[in-house]
Design a protein around this ligand. Structure first.
Ligand code: NAD
Ligand code: GLY
Length: 363
């Protein structure tokens, strides 16, 4: 039986769509009422998630589409590239899929980002639905229409803004998530407190143990509040001309860690968690937040089981890698910093100060 406990609307200038959050959603055709009916649908998943959930989803979708195809991609951030993306196009073309074909991204952020990008490109755009199965994807990557693949020189550098028709976040899927992946998702949950909602930070501090135990009401609230904040931000700035950048708190440092070590060594959420500790320190050194607030962020990251020490690559390596960041302006580094509890903005930083922060946080 399905229980949609929450429905959140993403309101954009020229369209809207819903995020459904609840249990039993994959098994219910009602979850997919908003999807255009089509002759063909393609479920894109990976070797880990497909054996767990693809059949259940295919059975449900079989009742609303003529034919439901499945494509199982290799698993992992290291496969978020042109070669894997092309496998989606190969399959769509091999099956003569038309422009009404609906793609379903069943998996975490890697599958979601790649499937969304494929949907943006195939025949110049086909509809797609996000069916996120990691905490990270349910609270962040499935919402807001950022799609991409990685380039060896930079994370998510090739992509498009392309919104899904619907997001179906079935909380039941979180039961099979490995602990390390749950922690990685918590990094993106923690992020929303300092950037947008100080009361949510209090709530996370109180409920972190419950979240780590996968307490259902706690997970439901975390996913709901995270999606509400993300919907509020994306609704005001779909294409990141300003406000949306705050969602990248910790990401400038984090993306540098991911790129330096090779994609997949550190999980994205782990890199973001450590990056938030570094960005909070930079905010503190610039006089924006006091030491106690900086430490609250660092303590939460640590309590979530995420790394708080970055790999010792040397400050100059980090600084060079960070120049490739999408926020960099004519080579000048920019960071999302906490201006006050619950409020963030984009700021430049002196490279000497930056080197001090990096040195202070390297293992
Ligand atoms: P992921 O997609 O690699 O999934 C993590 C691991 O969990 C994978 O091995 C996956 O197969 C497995 N898995 C997924 N669901 C499972 C389940 N229910 N049970 C058991 N195993 C499961 O990683 P992620 O953390 O979900 O996403 C990270 C990616 O998301 C990065 O590439 C990042 O750049 C991207 N991202 C995008 C946005 C955006 O706005 N588009 C935002 C944040 C992150
Ligand atoms: N995860 C950052 C964004 O969606 O803008």
């Amino acid at each position: 039986m399905s229980t949609t406990s929450h429905q959140i609307a993403i309101e954009l200038a020229d369209r809207r769509y819903d995020i459904l959050i609840g249990g039993g959603l994959l098994g219910s055709t009602a979850s997919f009422d908003a999807v255009p009916r089509s002759r063909t649908a393609l479920i894109v998943s990976n070797t880990t998630v497909a054996p767990l959930y693809a059949q259940q989803l295919a059975t449900t979708l079989g009742k609303i589409h003529g034919e439901v195809l499945q494509l199982v991609l290799p698993d992992g951030e290291a496969h978020k590239n042109w070669e894997t993306l092309n496998l989606i196009f190969d399959r769509l073309l091999a099956q003569a899929c038309d422009r009404k074909t609906v793609l379903y991204a069943l998996g975490g952020g890697v599958i979601g980002d790649m499937t969304g990008f494929a949907a943006a490109c195939y025949m110049r755009g086909v509809p797609y639905v996000q069916v996120p199965t990691t905490l990270l994807a349910q609270v962040d990557s499935s919402v807001g229409g950022k799609t991409a693949i990685n380039h060896p020189a930079g994370k998510n550098m090739i992509g498009a803004f392309y919104q899904p028709r619907l997001v179906v976040a079935d909380l039941d899927t979180l039961a099979s998530l490995p602990e390390r992946e749950l922690a990685a998702g918590l990094a993106e949950v923690i992020k929303y407190g300092p950037i947008a909602d100080d009361a949510f930070l209090d709530w996370i501090e109180e409920h972190l143990d419950a979240l780590l135990r996968r307490d259902r009401p706690a997970l439901a609230h975390a996913v709901r509040r995270s999606c509400e904040i993300k919907a509020w931000v994306v609704g005001q700035d779909e294409r990141e001309s300003g406000l949306r950048a705050i969602l990248n708190f910790g990401h400038t440092f984090g993306h540098a860690i991911e790129a330096a070590l090779g994609y997949g060594q550190w999980l994205h959420g782990e890199a973001v968690g450590c990056g938030m500790v570094m960005a909070a320190d930079l905010s503190h050194r610039l006089g924006m937040i006091d030491r106690a607030y900086m430490e609250r962020i660092a303590n939460l990251v640590e309590r979530a089981g995420l790394p708080t020490k970055a790999p010792a690559l040397g400050a100059s390596t980090y600084i060079e890698l960070m120049r490739v960041d999408k926020k960099a302006d004519a080579g000048k580094l920019q960071f999302v910093l906490i201006e006050a509890p619950g409020r963030a903005g984009v700021h430049g930083a002196d490279e000497r100060l930056l080197a001090d922060v990096i040195d202070a946080h390297c293992a």
